[in-house]
Structure formats: structure tokens, C-alpha cells
Design a protein around this ligand. Structure first.
Ligand code: FRU
Length: 488
């Protein structure tokens, strides 16, 4: 366990050789990803400042360098021309001023007048370890230099709200700039606060955003806002929702409201809250728009307050693959980023008819890459595909025709994670055919269902040699088609 002194050090406090020793340890981890964004060492959490600026995509993430714990957070910076190959730019923001002495927390990248405005939360702990939060600004210019505004642009929460006050989302609407800040009422209920500005530097508090989700968890984190197909979308990570049916099964959740702001920008008329991911590890996603108008989402493939098996190797967490959003029948659909097809190197295909049996593939193995799987159930009660199969290990995608659901099962995926929250995730599914697009990496699986109706994002921690793929049908027959594109 880490003392506060060990947890609250900035990267510039590293002792000689400390970080290279940590990196050497991390490199030996069998769970290092091959194509997902992950920290070189230490702990990654939320994506931050996702935007397109000066001819490329910029993406930052929350980073604690010294080990797999939530400690002093920095913003680590990456850039990309195509959202596929990322170049590491190093640490962009680290604590310098008293108001951010305990971390640079999450926020937005907002482009205006050829500059990239980075809004973030300054996290400070006072002498009695009480949290003090302020909203802060740094400006990245086209020459790559980042300059911080030395004082917070918002020094603290308004009366009647706690210092759980963070993760500013900034955007322009009409003639004004707006900021939504994740907040908590003194009654310990989550909400968003609305600020307005005409110059991005001086901000005025308007009021709490009114929604018809007045009492919905104890804290709202990481708001995002965008318009899509002529509709407005508010994205948020509310903490403290209770499990309901197949929804909200993890410790914390992220989702969207589709609705409409009123003209005053103080109420958002919305109907249902749609959970964004049905898997085990997903939180605090952010979106940006591509120059050709697509809305792209990236999430943290991990959760707060959760231990991961790679912690002992000196690193934790990664981001999801990028996804393209659309709205269909009033719901957000998520499809894999088109550009990911660039990564396809080799392809293999196999079609198998399984009749009350289980078959291990002899030419296709669980390797980092993409899989298209179609399961057509004829008269079987259950059919599916198991990845990363080895001795007592497997990660199972299952179509259950009897109970009418599709599930991702990580009961036997390897070293267990967060088992208090269960080991199976389900969605109701009525049809006899299902089409899956699956992204597999050394320690993760992302399963897209049909046209992006649902995504299941999960970390898995199998043994190194759990590499087989098996197809199965129970009590009857099924036809299973698998195409693999390996990435290297
Ligand atoms: C969400 C979060 C944010 C905060 C950041 C700190 O995971 O708790 O609310 O800004 O992580 O790392």
C-alpha cells in the first residue's frame, strides 16, 4: 500500500533510474497490449482533451507515472493523423501551482482561433486533506508550446455544492461559450453545473443544469456534449446507480441522454439514459468530431476503485479502440472506426457446422486483431465461440436461444477481476442469427453486436498459452462463420 507521500509525487520528482527500472519491469508483463493505447508504466485512466487541431488528432490521458495506483495525475499527450497510429508526445500537463498540487484532473480540448484550449480540474488537498477543486486553463499553440493560465478560471464550486467539482466540458453554442462541470450537491447527489463565457477566460456561473434525472447517483463525472444527426447528446458518467436488469452491472457507469437544451442553456429535456457499454471495463469516455463530420468516441477500458492483475507488473489500464457514433431508433449505435481496417495484415476464414459438439480450430488462434463472427443457430439451444482457450481458461461469447440473450462470460478468462460484480454480462437477444465484430488484444476483448447495437468492452488476463479458439453448439446444430484479420 502506498503512503500519501509516495502517491503525490510529480514526474519531475523521480529518482535517478526509478522510472527506467519500472519500465523494465512493465516490459516483461505478459498482458501488454499490442494495439491499444496503454501507459509505458504506471496507471492510465480517463481520456482527456480529445480533439482535432492543427492537422491532427490530439488525445491526452490521465496518468500516474510511478505505479498502478491512483496518485498524482498528469496529462499524457498523444497525436495521430488517422486515429490508428499514435505518436507519443510525452507529459503535457503536470502539477505546478498550489491549486493543482494534488493532480491535473480530467477535461476538454477546445479549438478556437488556431489555439487549443485545454480546460482541466486543479485538484488540491488542504492541511486536513480536504479536497479543493478549481477549473483551470492551459493553451497549446501551433508551435507546440503549452502555457498555463496561472490562476484558475473558476476558483471553486458555488455555495451548496461540494468540492467534488471537476471535469469541465467546454463548447460553443450560438454566440457564447459554455462549460459543463461535473458536480455534487451538498445532499450528495450528482448533477452538472453550467457556466458561460464570451472569451473563454472569464466564466460566470449560470445555474445547475435541470434534467428529469434529478436524483441519479451521488456524483456526475466527465460530461461531454455534441450534436449528432440534428439531435443533441449529453454524455456523462454518473456514480452510484443501482444494477437494474442487464444494466449498470459494474461498479460505475457511463451513458448518454439524447435530448435538447433550452435557449437559456439551463435545462436539458431528455428521456432515457442509455448505458454506453455492456462489458466489464468501461468508463469516462470522450468524443470528438473528425474533419469529415463523424463523431468518434474513446473510453477508458477500466474502472475506478478496481484492482487489475497487471498492477503487480507496474502498470494498469488502457483505452478502448475508437468508435463511430450514430443514432438509430432514438439510441446511440457504436461502430468500429473505419480506419482500423488499415491494420489488417493477414486474413483467415473458416466455416463450421457444429452439431451438439465443441470444435477447436486448427488454423486460427487467439491473436491480437479483428474477428468477424456470424453465429446462425438452427435448432441448438445454445451456440457460441470461446476465445483465449487453454487449461481451464476461456472467454465466451454465447447466443442462448432458450433464454433469449447474448452474453460475454469471463468466469474463466484467467486471473479474475472485480468478481463481486459478477462474471457474465448479458443483453436481451431474440434472433437466431448474430453478427459479431471482435477486437482481441493480449488482455482485452471488445465485442460489437450487429450494426453497433451494443458493445461489450472487457479486460481479460489469460495465461500466455491460452491461445485456442473453440466453437460450440448445445442440443442441436449451429453454423458458425469466422474471419480473422491479424494485425501483425
Ligand atoms: C474519473 C475521474 C475524474 C477525475 C479523474 C481523476 O475516472 O475520477 O472525475 O477528473 O478521474 O484521475
Amino acid at each position: 500500500s502506498w503512503s500519501n507521500e509516495q502517491r503525490y509525487r510529480a514526474i519531475t520528482d523521480a529518482k535517478d533510474g526509478e522510472l527506467s527500472a519500472l519500465e523494465a519491469k512493465v516490459t516483461k508483463s505478459i498482458w501488454r497490449q499490442t494495439y491499444h493505447i496503454q501507459p509505458n508504466y504506471g496507471l492510465l485512466n480517463d481520456p482527456n482533451g480529445f480533439c482535432y487541431y492543427n492537422g491532427k488528432y490530439h488525445l491526452f490521458y490521465q496518468w500516474f507515472p510511478f505505479g498502478a495506483v491512483h496518485g498524482m495525475k498528469h496529462w499524457y499527450h498523444l497525436t495521430s493523423a488517422d486515429l490508428v497510429d499514435w505518436q507519443e508526445e510525452g507529459v503535457a500537463l503536470m502539477p505546478e501551482f498550489p491549486h493543482e498540487s494534488h493532480g491535473i484532473f480530467s477535461g476538454t480540448g477546445f479549438v478556437e482561433e488556431e489555439q487549443l484550449y485545454l480546460f482541466y480540474t486543479g485538484n488540491h488537498r488542504n492541511e486536513t486533506w480536504q479536497r479543493r477543486s478549481s477549473q483551470c486553463l492551459a493553451i497549446l499553440s501551433s508551435d507546440g508550446k503549452i502555457e498555463k493560465v496561472t490562476e484558475p478560471v473558476i476558483s471553486g464550486p458555488p455555495k451548496q455544492y461540494t468540492h467534488n467539482f471537476r471535469d469541465p466540458k467546454v463548447f460553443k453554442k450560438g454566440n457564447h461559450y459554455y462549460m459543463l462541470v461535473g458536480a455534487q450537491r451538498e445532499a450528495l447527489e450528482g448533477c452538472l453545473l453550467v457556466y458561460v463565457s464570451d472569451d473563454l477566460k472569464s466564466w460566470k456561473f449560470k445555474q445547475e443544469l435541470k434534467t428529469n434525472h434529478e436524483s441519479f447517483g451521488f456524483m456526475w463525472e466527465c460530461p461531454d456534449y455534441f450534436s449528432l444527426q440534428g439531435q443533441e447528446v449529453l454524455l456523462v458518467s454518473p456514480q452510484g446507480l443501482k444494477a437494474k436488469g442487464n444494466d449498470f452491472q459494474n461498479i460505475y457507469h457511463s451513458g448518454v441522454f439524447i435530448g435538447e437544451f433550452d435557449e437559456q442553456m439551463v435545462s436539458f429535456d431528455t428521456h432515457a439514459f442509455q448505458e454506453l457499454d455492456k462489458g466489464f471495463d468501461f468508463y469516462a469516455p470522450q468524443t470528438t468530431q473528425t474533419p469529415d463530420g463523424r463523431q468518434i468516441l474513446i473510453g477508458w477500458m477500466g474502472l475506478p476503485d478496481t484492482d487489475y492483475p497487471s498492477d503487480k507488473d507496474g502498470w494498469a489500464n488502457c483505452l478502448t479502440t475508437p468508435r463511430e457514433l450514430s443514432i438509430k431508433n432514438g439510441r446511440i449505435q457504436q461502430q468500429p472506426l473505419q480506419e482500423l481496417k488499415q491494420k489488417r495484415v493477414k486474413t483467415k476464414h473458416q466455416q463450421v457446422r457444429v452439431a451438439s459438439s465443441r470444435e477447436r480450430l486448427k488454423t486460427i488462434f487467439s491473436e491480437a486483431g479483428e474477428y468477424q463472427v456470424t453465429i446462425k443457430v438452427e435448432d441448438a439451444k445454445k451456440a457460441g465461440i470461446a476465445f483465449s482457450v487453454g487449461e481451464n481458461e476461456e472467454t465466451v461469447c454465447l447466443l442462448d436461444r432458450e433464454s433469449k440473450y447474448f452474453s460475454l462470460d469471463r468466469t474463466q478468462s484467467g486471473i479474475p477481476v472485480a468478481t463481486d460484480f459478477g462474471t457474465v454480462r448479458k443483453m436481451i437477444y431474440q434472433q437466431p442469427t448474430i453478427q459479431l465484430t471482435i477486437f482481441l488484444d493480449q488482455s482485452s476483448i471488445e465485442v460489437f453486436v450487429n450494426d453497433g447495437e451494443a458493445v461489450f468492452s472487457s479486460r481479460i488476463f489469460p495465461k500466455e498459452d491460452s491461445r485456442f479458439i473453440e466453437l460450440f453448439a448445445e442440443n442441436g446444430t449451429a453454423q458458425i462463420d469466422i474471419t480473422q484479420w491479424s494485425y501483425e
